[in-house]
Structure formats: C-alpha cells, structure tokens
Design a protein around this ligand. Structure first.
Ligand code: NAD
Ligand code: DAU
Length: 363
C-alpha cells in the first residue's frame, strides 16, 4: 500500500488525479498539500476521502513533517503557477513557486528519504509540460524526450528550471525521480482562464471569444483522465531518472478547437430547450451561432506556434495510450460544465473565495 503526498491536489489536474487514484487504489493513503491559490479549489476534493493540508510547497519543514508523520513513500508534484498569460504579466510568482518551491520539495524529499532514511523505495514524480521544448514549425518532428529545451515564456522557463532541478537531484543525490511532460489538458474542474473553459463560459453568457492573433497556433489536446492514467503508468512502471512525454494524439489549430466547441454548444441548445432558459444571454438561446462571438485580439507576446508530442517512449515503456478522442472528450467536458454550474458560478461571482476565507482562515 502506497502513501502519497500530492502537491497541488486541489487544482485542476491534481484533483482529477486524486479522484483517479482513490478509485484505482482505494487502500492507499493520499495526503494533499495545496496553498489554495486563486486556482486551487478545496471543493474539487469533495467525496475523495483525502486529507487536505493547506500550506505552501516552499515550507520545507511542513513538507518534511508531513512526509515523516504519514510515512510518505511517493510524492506526486503538481503544485505550480500554471497560466502562461499570468506569467507574462507577473513572472515572480512563477519563479517563487515553480522553481524555488520545487527545489524546496526536492530538499525535503532528500532530507527525509535519503539523509534520515535508509534508502527505502521512494518516488518523486514531477509533473511538467511540453512547453519546455519551445515552439515547432509545421514540418518539424514532434517533441521527444531528447528534444533540446527552449522555453519561451516565463512560465515555461520556470517549469524547465524545475525539470532540471529534479534531474539534478537524481544524478547528484540518487533521489528516485520520474518526470512526465504532457500537452494541453482539458476536462472537469479546469479553472475558467484556460482556452476551453473560458470560451465555453463566454458562449453561455454571450461574451466575446478573444482569439489571439490568427488562431492558427496548434496544441495537442489531452483529456485529463488520460493524463492521470499516464502519470499512474509512470508511477507504476516508470524507471527512476526517466522522463516520459504524455500526449492526447489530438493536435489541432486553435480555430478548429473553438469552432468545434461552438458547434457542440449549439447542438446541445438545439436539443434541450431548458438550456435557453438557463442561459438567456447565449447566442444559442437566441437562434444565433455561438461562433458569432469570435473576435480577433492582439497576439500573446512570444506566443508559441505549435506543440506536438511524440509519445512513443510512453507507449513502449509504460503501455500508455490515450483513450479519449478529442470530440468525445470535449463533448463530455462541456456537459460536465453544464451539469456543474454551481461549481463555476461560485468561482466567477467570488462566493467560493468567501467560502475559503471562512473555512481556511489563517491558512
Ligand atoms: P492549476 O493552476 O489548476 O492548479 C495548481 C494548483 O497548485 C492549485 O491548486 C494551487 O492552489 C496549487 N499551488 C500553487 N502554488 C502553490 C504553492 N506554492 N504551494 C502549494 N500549492 C500551490 O494547474 P493545473 O492545470 O492543474 O496544472 C498542474 C500541473 O500540471 C502544473 O505543474 C502544470 O505546470 C502542469 N501542466 C499543466 C497542463 C495543463 O494543460 N493544465 C499541461 C502540462 C503541464
Ligand atoms: O502545453 C501545455 C500547457 O498548456 C501547460 O503547461 C499550461 O499550464 C497550460 O496553461 C497550457 O498552456 P497554453 O498557453 O497552451 O493554454 P491556454 O489555454 O492558455 O491557451 C491555449 C491556446 O489558446 C494558446 O495558443 C493561446 C490561445 N488562447 C488562449 C486564451 C486563454 C486564445 O487564443 N485566447 C484566449 O483567451
């Protein structure tokens, strides 16, 4: 029975991972450490039978105490500042959390497992991103684990720095680490600042869909459940010191993603008259197509043109393959947001933050 410390487990991917792990490995212990920043949501963990410790990954003594008290043998490290646009406007938090915070986690793990420990089996799994590899031209081969790092945003530079530190703690101290670099996730619980949830909620309220530049940037879309299965495979079958790329097998230009999202919304409104009553501001409630909301805005500075993942190593060594098609995954995601209106309304109208202040005063 494993004992997991999951950092950032109240965020989008972390919470999905906690639910996935609890269902697949019910006998294991799962402790979540999360600072509940703007994107962390304690309610994402409801009914997950986990202990949530509200704290900062940069608090090394707290992390060491948690590791000792719960005899943690596996760290799954999601906690990070995750949004590229925010990193452009305010990079400092990204250096603090993604670089210094990750280093603090590594120091804690080394101290408890190697310096005080007896070399017992352990694993430090680091969640990273395909953005560390930079931007591809249309005819370039997809990113493999040996593609040279070339991060272009403060976000990706901070993740690249954290990846290097994780690697160094393996090579220098023998910490048993694995890293997965994955593509763009989508699915339940994603904070509505990222493309898919933001554009969906804008469709429902009749707000513009701001397409950066020409909208021809390409991303590989990975359903979060597939990502969680990839991380699970890396934990169960990955070798210490190794890096694995995890993709969704769905590389698409942004305009195609946006048009597909708009047509799914239109089709759902056409089938269910109650949606027009719930969301009267939606173009789909007024007989107009959702894509009438599309507008072009100034491009993101330094915007990466294309990401694509070569996941042949994960397929061969971890037996990983995405199960969701993009079309089914997007449809299921849109339905999740429609069925969980209270979840996103509480974020949008500030009542979730008031709830955090009432419940986690002094965190
Ligand atoms: P998210 O922003 O939804 O969640 C991040 C979580 O980390 C939040 O719960 C937040 O409260 C917590 N956190 C932030 N700073 C913290 C700190 N100092 N101490 C403790 N907790 C802290 O992000 P996400 O999309 O779930 O991303 C999770 C991880 O996956 C990140 O490392 C990100 O770089 C990586 N990743 C994300 C994607 C994606 O498409 N979302 C793709 C590739 C990699
Ligand atoms: O590739 C993995 C990365 O994917 C993760 O490491 C990041 O944590 C995650 O945020 C995501 O980064 P992106 O920048 O690719 O995701 P985002 O949802 O912000 O944007 C997706 C694409 O859509 C990107 O090309 C920018 C574009 N976009 C985004 C927003 C929010 C728009 O055109 N308009 C928008 O308003």
């Amino acid at each position: 029975m494993a004992k997991l410390l999951v950092t950032g487990g109240a965020g989008f991917i972390g919470a999905n991972f906690v639910h996935h792990w609890r269902a697949a490995h019910p006998a294991d212990t799962v402790i979540v450490l999360d600072a509940l920043t703007y994107s962390g949501n304690a309610q994402n963990l409801e009914a997950s039978d986990t202990e949530l410790v509200v704290g900062d990954i940069g608090d090394q003594s707290l992390v060491e105490k948690l590791m000792r008290d719960h005899a943690i043998d596996t760290v799954v490290h999601f906690a990070a500042e995750s949004h590229v646009d925010r990193s452009i406007h305010g990079p400092d938090a990204f250096i603090e959390t993604n670089v210094i915070g990750t280093h603090s986690m590594l120091k804690a793990a080394k101290s408890v497992w190697l310096d005080e420990g007896d070399g017992q089996p352990h694993r430090f799994h680091h969640i990273s991103t395909d953005e560390v590899y930079g931007s591809l031209e249309l005819d370039d081969p997809a990113f493999s684990e040996t593609t040279q790092y070339a991060p272009n945003s403060p976000y990706s530079a901070s993740k690249a720095a954290s990846d290097h530190l994780v690697r160094a703690y393996h090579h220098t101290y023998g910490l048993e680490v694995t890293t997965t670099n994955c593509s763009n996730n989508y699915g339940p619980y994603q904070f509505p600042e990222k493309l898919i949830p933001l554009f969906l909620l804008n469709c429902l309220s009749g707000k513009p869909l701001p397409i950066y530049g020409d909208g021809q940037q390409r991303r590989d879309w990975l359903h979060v459940e597939d990502h969680c299965r990839g991380i699970e495979a890396a934990l169960l079958r990955g070798k210490p010191g190794e890096v694995y790329n995890i993709g969704g097998g769905a590389e698409k230009p942004n305009v195609e993603v946006i048009d597909t999202l708009c047509s799914v919304v239109d089709a759902l409104f056409a089938k269910d008259a109650a949606l027009a009553e719930r969301f009267p501001g939606a173009p789909a409630a007024q007989g107009k197509p959702s894509n009438s909301l599309k507008i072009t805005v100034t491009d993101r500075p330094g915007h990466d043109r294309r990401y694509a993942i070569d996941e042949s190593k994960a397929r061969a060594e971890l037996d990983y393959a995405a199960k969701w098609s993009f079309e089914d995954g997007l449809d299921a995601t849109i339905r999740w947001y429609l069925e969980n209106e209270a979840w996103w309304r509480a974020i949008m109208d500030g009542t979730y933050r008031q709830w955090v202040e009432r419940n986690y005063d002094g965190r």
